[in-house]
Design a protein around this ligand. Sequence first.
Ligand code: SF4
Length: 297
Amino acid sequence: MKRVYQKRKETTKTLVPDIESCENQPTTSSVIVKTEEENAMDLKKMRKSSDFSPIDDTYVVSKKSMVTISGRMAEQIQRIEQMRLAADAPVDTMGCHMLADKTADPKVYRFQILVGLMLSSQTKDQVTSAAMERLKNYGLTIENIEKIPNPDLEKLLAPVGFYKRKAEYLKKVAVILKKSYHSDIPATLKELCDLPGVGPKMANLALQVAWEKVEGIGVDTHVHRIANRLGWIKTKTPIETEKHLTGILPRERWQTINKLLVGFGQQICLPVKPKCTECLNRDICPASTAKPKKSVS
Ligand code: SF4
């Protein structure tokens, strides 16, 4: 896995992936996505043959063996919320909403949110958070980023993933924001996506956190993977995932779904070896690897 990542790192020339390791983890090769009928059959078999005990048996299996998407999805989301009650995942304490200085001038605060998001791709929350602390101690303003020599900026960013390219992007973004946006960040999805190094996930989250505007769903590798594993969608790319999720999730969920699934993906539904035996959705997840316990005769 590491070798593949290194190889891609060397050959990627113009773009820092917006989505952490998504391109290295195609969902189709690692996630079993079944049809609704298959899911319903599996669910029925598991409930008959195991001692799995759903917490709240409120989802409906009709006489035609069909589980409605909305019913099962609502149940899965409810259980994820239950698993996330402690709110103690890295995203809860080091997500982009926590990295900017809330006491700073509003324009500086919004710029810092954007910077945090730009640094976060291909980077663990802990590493992003540490880099943001170094930047804030230096003085994380558009003016300072514009002036700082590239090698010094790189030193502040390392070991953030793709830090050299991100340093270039940050300097270009600082120039654009100063020249075209009165030293603020843009307030539309399109304008944010037009900035160097900013993709749809970052743009959506920047809009939500900095401007409190919800125009879409921030789909990162966790959201993409988990939505496919749970059988909500069957997609190959985060862009497709966002398109489909906005079609099936109520708008009031668009802002909260990212943090909910990211934390779940960091703690339980891990990219590799998900902790299915600990997962409350194990009996209603098409990708569950938890085996039903054998009954003692
Ligand atoms: S059962 Fe496993 S694959 Fe399914 S949501 Fe839970 S942890 Fe993820």
